[in-house]
Design a protein around this ligand. Structure first.
Ligand code: SAM
Length: 214
């Protein structure tokens, strides 16, 4: 199969991945040009996520898990803003290697959202995730583990694609966690286009949600 030659073609490829193995391999191959490609289409999730971290997380050293950290765009910004104890996880070794080179994360692990995570209960002051709760990537059920590893009173700051909001079960899962007293919604952005210069269907709209872990 020939390699995509532009960002929209890469996006079509990741949104159309056959399975998690194919998805990880596609991101491995995209890793080298991912930052340049995404920034060229005006990728907004890192800015929105980091803005919300600064608004909602006063404790800069309590530990933040960047779930699906990719090449570490967010880790680098948070590090510049004075946040420490950053941990990243991702399914793609290629993306993790790029994140490692930024020297912003204390630790990086190859782990899959949707499976049990080997972090202690309440290990982090915050868990953040950008560009991962979207079609064919991480499932709504992954939220259970992310809540478990966030400390009580901590924050979860999660970008959720509109395409996955109802079809992927996020709306229902979010409400279920609220009814169970596991978290409460603090803030939700209006839907925005995370990649405003992209023509790809998968790039439609996203909202970024902030929850307090109860
Ligand atoms: C669009 S990129 C976003 C990367 C980074 N968060 C950002 O905003 O630039 C999606 C990332 O999620 C990772 N990913 C996809 N599904 C995943 C899963 N189930 N568990 C962990 N990482 C996943 C991919 O390997 C990729 O690095």
């Amino acid at each position: 199969m020939t390699e995509p030659t532009n960002t929209d073609a890469w996006l079509e490829r990741v949104f159309g991945a056959a399975d998690k193995h194919d998805l990880a391999q596609t991101y491995d191959r995209w890793a080298e040009t991912y930052d340049a490609d995404m920034l060229a289409i005006g990728y907004m999730n890192p800015a929105v996520t980091c803005g919300l971290v600064c608004r909602h997380l006063a404790d800069r050293q309590g530990g933040i898990l960047d779930a699906g950290c990719g090449t570490g765009l967010i880790g680098e910004i948070l590090s510049l803003l004075g946040y420490g104890r950053l941990v990243g996880l991702d399914i793609s070794d290629g993306m993790l290697e790029r994140a490692r080179r930024r020297e912003a994360y204390a630790e990086l692990r190859n782990r899959m959202l949707g499976e049990p995570l080997d972090f202690a209960d309440e290990a982090f002051a915050a868990v953040i995730s950008s560009g991962v709760f979207t079609a064919g990537h991480a499932p709504a059920d992954a939220l259970d583990e992310l809540v478990r590893i966030t400390r009580r009173g901590g924050r979860l700051i999660l970008a959720v694609a509109s395409s996955a909001w109802e079809a992927g079960g996020f709306k229902e899962k979010i409400a279920t966690l609220e009814r169970a007293g596991r978290w409460r919604p603090v803030e939700v952005t209006r839907p925005y286009r995370p990649m405003p210069l992209s023509q790809s269907k998968g790039a439609a709209t996203t909202r970024c949600c902030v929850f307090e872990r109860l």
